[in-house]
Design a binder for this molecule. Structure first.
Ligand code: ADP
Ligand code: ASP
Ligand code: MG
Length: 409
């Protein structure tokens, strides 16, 4: 019998009623003859609430204790879902991440899965149980609980699907699939019935919150077929899989969607002396501090001095500015920054070898009077860094300008 992994996000298990509705869905799939492993997130805004609570008792709570605290959110959900299934007469066992054999390495708050010891889950499946696993957590070498970072339950689900050789991984959320833009911001956005792993990976990394980027990457690496669906209705959703649509070949639509991210700030080092090794001096301290850097722009040197600007997440802004401030002054320059920025990207594998997307994007933003602070491009995306307060307007404009609402994607 085939194994299917289902994952229900926070909004799908927000209340007791929601949990009962999930139990009903799970029961149906189980009766249909599937071996089911169900991953659940914490109820509604529980994780945010727990984080706020931590901030009330301490100025700078330790990452280990934060993981200890946050992991309880998912553990509540798995136990409640198991009870709701028992109530319907379905045999089910809930497991925390460590109990499910999730082995994790790395830092607290951003752990990475190194191994999944699946024996306990396989035994329960053989006994006919629905196995319910707490998302976004596992155990490190010390036996401590460690989490995968915000939104990480998607990654738990895909990793389980890969290691259990599941037929597919179904991600149930509050939208009925992946859209050409965030449907909360662009009501005219369209559902994409099928998308390639490369496109959704790029969309996820660029900020499309519907899937955790690491989950998409893992799915591509281990060829896990992922279905994104609504937990509130029965629509077909979006299937993430290599395109096999042979009808369109080179005429197929070029753009998958418009993606935005509001968690962006910019640090710029100006007038620094450049030479071999300068960039390494700027970025090494950031890497050591575990700060990831996204867009990087370096100006051409003038009389031996140049400017280097880069973006980081807002939570890392102050630290990145402090660390690079020291480097800037040792190189005879200065540091400046802008905290409230956003990024907007047009993404699509069809952009490869078709010039003109960047120009069209700059033109649309220019006509709207939206200033562009930085630009980055690759074969399958163009990204502009713009002021945060103009991001939503920019998403709507680009969606309209690229005629995404009219296309049969
Ligand atoms: P969950 O709690 O189920 O993990 P998330 O809130 O993480 O759900 O992700 C679902 C949300 O992602 C949707 O409510 C939607 O607003 C947002 N979203 C952003 N970009 C897109 C997109 N391109 N397609 C669909 N949803 C998107
Ligand atoms: N509960 C965690 C979060 O809110 C993990 C997840 O939902 O994926 O980030
Ligand atoms: Mg999510």
């Amino acid at each position: 019998m085939g194994i299917v992994v289902q994952k229900y996000g926070g909004s799908s298990v927000a209340t007791a009623e929601h949990i009962k509705a999930v139990a009903e869905r799970v029961e149906k799939a189980h009766e249909g003859g599937l071996d089911l492993v169900v991953v659940v997130s914490a109820m509604g805004k529980t994780t945010d609430r727990l984080l706020a609570l931590a901030g009330e008792v301490a100025k700078d709570p330790s990452p280990r204790e934060i993981d200890q605290l946050l992991s309880t959110g998912e553990r509540q959900s798995v136990a409640l879902l198991a009870m709701a299934l028992h109530d319907r007469g379905v045999e089910a066992t809930s497991l925390s991440g460590p109990q499910a054999g999730m082995r994790i390495t790395g830092r607290h708050g951003s752990g990475v899965i190194s191994e999944i010891q699946t024996e306990r889950m396989r035994q329960l499946l053989r006994e006919g149980h629905v196995v319910i696993v707490a998302g976004f957590q596992g155990m490190n070498a010390l036996g401590d609980v460690i989490t995968l970072g915000r939104g990480g339950s998607d990654t738990t689900a895909v990793a389980l699907a890969a290691s259990l050789h599941a037929d597919r991984c179904e991600i149930y959320t509050d939208v009925d699939g992946i859209y050409t833009a965030d449907p909360r911001i662009v009501p005219a956005a369209r559902r994409i019935p099928m998308i390639s792993p490369a496109e959704i990976a790029e969309m996820a990394w660029r900020g499309a919150k519907v899937m955790h980027p690491r989950a998409v990457e893992l799915g591509a690496l281990y060829s896990v077929e992922i279905h994104v669906r609504s937990s509130f209705d029965e629509g077909p959703g979006t299937v993430i899989r290599e395109g096999k649509d042979l009808e369109h070949l080179e005429t197929r639509e070029t753009l998958a969607g418009i993606v935005h991210d509001l968690d962006v700030s910019r640090v710029a080092l100006t007038g620094i002396k450049t030479g071999p090794g300068t960039l390494s001096r700027v970025f090494a301290p950031l890497a050591q501090a575990g700060i990831s850097v996204d867009v990087i722009v370096e100006s051409a040197p003038k009389e031996g001095a140049a400017d280097v600007a880069f973006t980081v997440r807002r939570a890392d802004f102050a630290e990145a500015r402090r660390l690079t401030g020291k480097v800037a002054s040792s190189l005879g320059g200065q540091v400046e920054g802008e905290e409230n920025l956003g990024k907007i990207s047009v993404v699509g594998t069809g952009m490869l070898n078709r010039p003109g997307y960047a120009a069209r994007m700059f033109d649309a933003l220019g006509r709207a009077g939206i200033p562009i602070r930085m630009v980055s491009t690759s074969e399958i995306q163009v990204t502009c860094v713009i002021p945060a307060e103009r991001v939503e307007e920019a998403v709507r404009r680009l969606h309209e300008d690229f005629e995404l609402e009219e296309r049969d994607v």
